[in-house]
Design a protein. Sequence first.
Lengths: 406, 318
Amino acid sequence: MADTMELRDIEVWDGNMAASQALRQVQVDVVAAYPITPSTPIVENYANFTANGYVDGEFVMTESEHGAMSCCIGAAAAGGRVATATSSQGFALMVETLYSASGMRLPIVLNVVNRALGAPLNVNGDHSDMYLGRDSGWIQIDCYNPQNAYDMNMIAFKVAEDHDVRLPAMVHQDGFMTSHTAQGVKTLTDEQVYNFVGEFKPMNDMLDLDHPVTHGVQTEEDWHFEHKARQQHALMTVVLPKIQTAFDEFEKLTGRKYNLVETYNMEDAEIAVVCMGTSVETAEEVSNELRAQGIKAGVVGIRVFRPWPLEQIAETLKGVKAIAALDRSSPHGTVGTLYNELAGSLFNTGTNAVLTNYIYGLGGRDLTKAHLVGIYNDLKANMDAGKPTTPLQQYIGLRGPKLSFF
Amino acid sequence: MSEIKKIKNLKEFSTSADRFEGANLLCPGCAHSIIVREVLNATNDDLILAASTGCLEVCTAVYPYTSWDASWIHIGFENGSSAVAGAEAMYKALKTKGRLKQPDRTPKFVAFGGDGATYDIGFQWISGCFERGHNMMYVCLDNEVYANTGGQRSSSTPIGASATTTPAGRVSYGEKMNKKDMMAIMAAHGAPYVAQVAPNKWKDMVAKIQKGFAAEGPVYINAMSACTTEWKFAPEDTIAISDLATDSLVFPLYEIIDGTKLNITYRPKNVIPVRDYLGAQGRFKHLFTSKYEHLIEEWQARVDAKWDYLQRREEASV
């Protein structure tokens, strides 16, 4: 039996510690992991908990991230609560197995501390790794601060392990900006967390020795399509309502309210930026300052990136006249991912909103309030003109000559 | 500690209840199914199994069918070892936490992989599992070629074999590299038990599998698996070819305990020339021409040297 850890009501934790504490409190059965900056402290903290009797599950330090996720898959198929953490290159190495985990319907929780993908090698935060995972069949939940990183881990386990879902889930936080930035985090007791997530209920578990099961079969053109369709059906129809229910329960427990799509100053907003991660809170501050000047500026934060809450996004943005999609990843050959998602969400809705795309913050470069003021100014001009007054895609915060496309 | 299954004779062994069905898609004459059956039949304990992508996997678990009457998992080409290691970790966790559904039963964890999955693409994962000391058995079905994908060379393919990516031709005698010595590499991990087996020597095989199951920690079994399709011999000759392999000492049968004590477990009464083994297989046909015939003598010299080395190690008990 693992020892209980007494926590203060508010602890000063960075995003990594918040995630580690959540993993401890939900009493993960197997953590198999490989260290990589900036997610390393998640597993270091967890190793410390294990070394001091606060964890009684197995902690497996593998030889690679691919090995880590492979062990996680074997452990999850055996039948128990499983989690790991990674970033960037490690995430990229895992990608093959991410598809296996979701295709085999195994509820693993992966903390992704977002970081750029090389080359050139870079250890700082951007969303390239998060976007790389977007078609892998995992649930992807995004955090803006350490408190979110703590809370969303609980949500992820609760939803992923639901027998109607049975899909793996990623919890994303921004490398360094969230993972290594200490803030006050409101805690729950070990008992409260465990009770909220609930005891793990196995299904098709290999360790039920009286009921052998087969995981990871071969299917070709005769059955592959049907399997993938059922997987997509679960992801598309079951997950968002389950996340909403979990958010509602979580609010009752903690008073902290989360939404599939987070909104700030959006009630009567005429112009809005849509973004993820730490940029959301920066944009909120800027929108307040603009509101003081009489500009109806709002912010939309993506909380659940996969499955994409298409209808909720369209509803949120329906009265807005000019929208900026902010992408913290190089789109390499097209428009940004969020731009694409928003365009797909708004098309067919009858909106006349002008939609533009900003590429920012690659490799951990700061997004400043001044950048955001500039973006809102562009949006206001677009709204007034009723059409784009700028190139469709602009790079902001980039040194040298301005770069834009389309 | 579970009881070791007593096996009296081949008839009883071959007809005892097994957990690998004859209903599978493997080629007629494939040694894989013989080996798998011998491994599984060596124990009455519960089994948690994994297979890497390869002939065994694609031929035994094609939805909605399975040939396995035991829990089985496949993830990818390189990670059958890690799949079983993860399951073993979960077993330990649930045992500690008192959540096993059948707490009085101790399953064995076994991963199967071909030589491509073992010597090549899965090498790192296996090494990791062995270094971490998972309580598992890894069985390499060594047919010295990527058979599932049509006969490309692996690092287990021996010198002079014609493979589809190292074909024998007007200016080439086929594979140029010597077969990787996985036995030595796995023994160097300090594994409690490492053994080379062949399906024709079933008593030797069963004894080794049972020793492996009795050991605590990771166990490596290198199983020679004669491949009718890629070695190019008639399907009914699988066991005869296997006899040629073991009796020519091309596949010597031995074990290494704790990485430090080597025992030879089979000494042919009449050692046959390597030439006879090579001559029985189409993959070496081109060696029997004046241009490449010197390679047969080199083969014999290599086999003699290896046998001499194994004997010296056994004698010195190292």
